[in-house]
Design a protein around this ligand. Structure first.
Ligand SMILES: [Zn+2]
Ligand SMILES: [Zn+2]
Length: 120
């Protein structure tokens, strides 16, 4: 099967019910609160799109930029996001999830692409 392993740490992925947020959507705590949040799709970094909740979008700047392959000290965050649309469908959906990294496959792929592009 394609994408059975995490692109970052190569752990076996699990299929899990997730919220629309690609970053925290696999978090068990989030799944009790997802309907209280807002979700939006953004374009950011190398033409990629992410759907993030209204917590993860503002918190994005707390990531270490080197996690995405940016040079140390690079400012990452919502200032680089281009708003695409609000997501009204908040229902849970299924995605693959890395229990080691704690992220959904859609986010892990985003990180992997950032790293690859930054290495060019
Ligand atoms: Zn989130
Ligand atoms: Zn992983």
């Amino acid at each position: 099967m394609k994408d059975s392993f995490c692109p970052l740490c190569y752990s076996a992925l699990e299929v899990k019910e997730v919220t629309p947020c690609m970053e925290c959507g696999g978090d068990d705590f989030e799944q009790d609160h997802y309907k209280e949040h807002k979700y939006a799709e953004y374009e950011l970094y190398f033409g990629q799109r992410l759907i993030l909740c209204n917590f993860c979008d503002v918190d994005f700047g707390s990531f270490d930029p080197t996690y995405f392959g940016f040079p140390p000290g690079t400012k990452v965050g919502i200032g680089d996001f281009h708003f695409i649309r609000e997501i009204s469908d908040k229902e849970l959906r299924k995605d693959k999830y890395c229990p080691e990294c704690g992220y959904r496959l859609s986010f892990l792929k985003f990180v992997e692409t950032c790293k690859r592009e930054n290495e060019k």
